[in-house]
Design a protein around this ligand. Structure first.
Ligand code: PYC
Length: 310
């Protein structure tokens, strides 16, 4: 299996160029469902240690439906197939350019959540215009066992988010354990109290939004991914959901640009234009760096051929 690894603001993406499972010829959303249902061993083998690393997201290339698209892609982490992935799309575009498959300019990319556009500005810098994003419920009250009442917003940015302000908390690498525990408890409370999308889509990510010490950044956000890892990048789909909520609250104007930081201090510039479905169409700009080109070997004699699963 030929893979190329990159990171976007510290968050790793493994682009799978060959050797993935046959997912048929359905829509990307149907192929994503098959991947989640039938190929967990494959996902584990690619992302878990010893071949993968904590937090890593894979980008499985698939045939696009529209020949004008640069590619189709299905993103997954170690425990879930994602609708979309912003850091992964920045990593994918820088990787495809590194391989000589695309050049500077705008490229259409198909994902299970819909078509996104990515503009490669230079070797590392990419802007992604995401799917339309929505703030679905504002100021929801959630009882979180062990933490009390938490208020926040339910939002969609290609994945499903619960977003809450924690302005008194230190959003930094020294506080990861407490931030992770709180966000896992919030996600469990969302599931228990049926805070979910209109078709019962479960919250799969949680954003704890704090203040940034950097005057140029509006917020510093801790983002929990489905695999219980924190996003090292500011999270593209999370930043999209976040600006949808700022827009819904009248706190961000169309085309006004803000900077959102990750828990480790990497940053995206983010803005939006109004969407046709009542939400916002966000654009986020960040940078990725290619780290490795490898051939993964899965020998049947290897006791950890399927990754370390405990
Ligand atoms: O950047 O959208 C994102 C993302 C989702 C999960 C990890 N990163």
């Amino acid at each position: 299996m030929h893979v190329v690894d990159s990171h976007t603001g510290g968050m790793p993406t493994r682009v799978i160029l060959s050797g993935g499972p046959d997912l048929g010829h359905g829509s990307l959303a149907e192929q994503a469902k098959l991947l989640a249902r039938d190929h967990q061993d494959f996902c584990n083998a690619v992302l878990l240690e010893p071949r993968g690393q904590p937090g890593m997201v894979a980008a499985l290339l698939v045939e696009p439906k529209d020949q004008n698209s640069a590619t189709g892609v299905i993103y997954f982490d170690a425990s879930a197939v994602l609708g979309m992935c912003g850091h992964g799309t920045i990593g994918l575009v820088v990787t495809l350019a590194h391989l000589g498959k695309i050049s500077h300019g705008t490229h259409q990319i198909e994902t299970p959540a819909g078509v996104v556009r990515a503009e490669l500005h230079s070797t590392h810098s990419v802007s992604v215009t995401n799917v339309e994003s929505h703030c679905l419920q504002r100021d929801v009250a959630l009882e979180v066992p062990g933490h009390g009442r938490v208020r926040g917003d339910l939002a969609y940015g290609g994945n499903w988010f619960f977003i809450t302000d924690v302005l008194d908390q230190d959003i930094g690498p020294q506080n990861l354990e407490a931030l992770t525990a709180l966000s896992i408890a919030i996600r469990a409370a969302c599931h228990a109290q049926r805070v979910e999308g209109p078709e019962a889509q479960p919250v799969d990510h949680v954003i704890l939004s704090g203040m940034s010490a950097n005057k140029g950044a509006l917020r510093r956000n801790f983002v929990l991914s489905p695999d219980d890892e924190y996003d090292r990048s500011p999270c593209g789909t999370g930043s999209s959901a976040f600006v949808a909520c700022l827009a819904a609250a009248g706190q961000l104007r169309p085309e006004e640009e803000i900077v959102l930081e990750s828990v480790i201090g990497s940053a995206y510039r983010v803005s939006y234009v109004p969407g046709s479905g009542g939400g916002v169409v966000p654009t986020l700009t960040g940078a990725a760096h290619v780290m490795a080109e490898s051939t993964l070997i899965f020998s049947p004699e290897d006791p950890f051929q399927k990754g370390i699963t405990f």
